[in-house]
Design a protein around this ligand. Structure first.
Ligand SMILES: NC(=O)c1ccc[n+]([C@@H]2O[C@H](COP(=O)([O-])OP(=O)(O)OC[C@H]3O[C@@H](n4cnc5c(N)ncnc54)[C@H](O)[C@@H]3O)[C@@H](O)[C@H]2O)c1
Length: 326
């Protein structure tokens, strides 16, 4: 059993706790500043240790650390892990600005610490399948892509106005919180994020948040053109990816939370061939990611976004922010 410390027992920390415990490969401890949350968590799960102050935790007790606090805490917490020589996984996004990012990259390289950034979809079978199909050349050379992702975020996070999502300095809003996931996928499927421009707005959420609830972004990834459309207010929960290559197209469709499909077309008949379908993935995202992290710790192949990749993602997001006068 690996001894894992999860820092941050909020919305996503709880999902990680569940995912890691389900693997039966981790003995989990949690560090959370909010005593009420610790009390609730200890009712629902059994932990090796609980802590309330990360600064004073002796990391030599653990094999690895998962940082699941809001993004403004990620860099200093990751530095503490590197200094203690502990492998770590950081929730996305890497940070809210570039302060300390290059230093973290340098420290990780120097000390050769295994680590990654938790862009969840890289651990999920359907997205791994898209990556394999793109790399197989079935659609030829990829030239363009479109990511369409929207849902009623308020339904899934009723506390949205109380958490990091509502705050600029904590990495909130649709661009920093949602589109960063799509940027990660575009980077994985297509290439390096080079230039990005966008428009952002608060169209529906009003005074409940100081961030954006809607955005459209265009970007260049290794010379290829990519479009992102995203909002957090619409009623249908939709996620579609279109990838256009020189020999055909792939289409990923999130049909429901329990069904997604990958389609293929290489002619104009209007018929899309279903290549594969996936059931019940959404309930298992954090279990898949925990298994992937176990691979990282065991020095086996894994798919985690590297710190360098996540820093390019962040630079792209900051460029989009500069270009959009929201
Ligand atoms: N992968 C995904 O799909 C996904 C989904 C949601 C959130 N996230 C990311 O996860 C991170 C956390 O998001 P969340 O939804 O859990 O937020 P949240 O506000 O629900 O939880 C964050 C928790 O961290 C705790 N915390 C803050 N400072 C702390 C400290 N110094 N030590 C210990 N605990 C501390 C807070 O008390 C809170 O309980 C963010 O970076 C967010 O972008 C990722």
């Amino acid at each position: 059993m690996k001894k894992l410390l999860i820092v941050g027992g909020g919305g996503i920390g709880r999902k990680h706790i569940d995912g890691f415990i389900r693997t039966e490969k981790f003995l989990v401890s949690v560090c959370e500043v909010d005593q009420n949350k610790i009390q609730q968590l200890t009712k629902d799960y059994s932990f090796e240790y609980t802590f309330s102050n990360f600064d004073t935790v002796d990391l030599s007790r653990f094999d690895a650390v998962l940082i699941a606090t809001p993004a403004n805490y990620h860099i200093p917490m990751a530095k503490k892990c590197v200094l203690a020589g502990k492998p770590f996984l950081i929730e996305k996004p890497l940070a809210v600005d570039l302060e300390g990012v290059d230093e973290l990259i340098r420290m990780v390289k120097e000390k050769q610490i295994p680590c990654g950034v938790a862009y969840t979809r890289r651990s999920v079978p359907s997205y791994k399948q898209i990556k394999e199909l793109v790399d197989s050349g079935v659609i030829g050379e990829v030239k363009m892509a479109n990511f369409y992702c929207a849902q009623d975020y308020r339904k899934y996070r009723p506390d949205y106005s109380q958490i990091y999502f509502a705050k600029k300095e904590m990495g909130g809003g649709i661009l920093r919180d949602f589109i960063t996931h799509m940027i990660d996928l575009a980077q994985w499927f297509i290439g390096r994020p080079e230039k990005g421009y966008g428009l952002r707005a608060n169209l529906v959420f009003g005074d409940a948040i100081e961030t954006d609830d809607s955005a459209i972004v265009i970007g260049q990834f290794s010379g290829k053109l990519v479009n992102f459309y995203c909002n957090g207010f619409q009623k249908p929960n939709e996620f579609t990816i279109d990838i256009a290559g020189t020999k055909g197209n792939l289409k990923y469709v999130f049909v429901t939370r329990s069904l997604s499909k990958i389609l293929f077309a290489d002619n104009d008949s209007g018929q899309w061939k279903e290549l594969c379908s996936f059931t019940d993935e959404a309930q298992n995202y954090y279990y898949f990611q925990a298994e992937n992290f176990h691979c990282l710790l065991e020095n086996r192949p894994h798919n985690f976004t590297t710190i360098e990749e996540a820093s390019e993602n962040l630079r792209f997001v900051l460029d989009v922010i500069k270009s959009s006068d929201f």
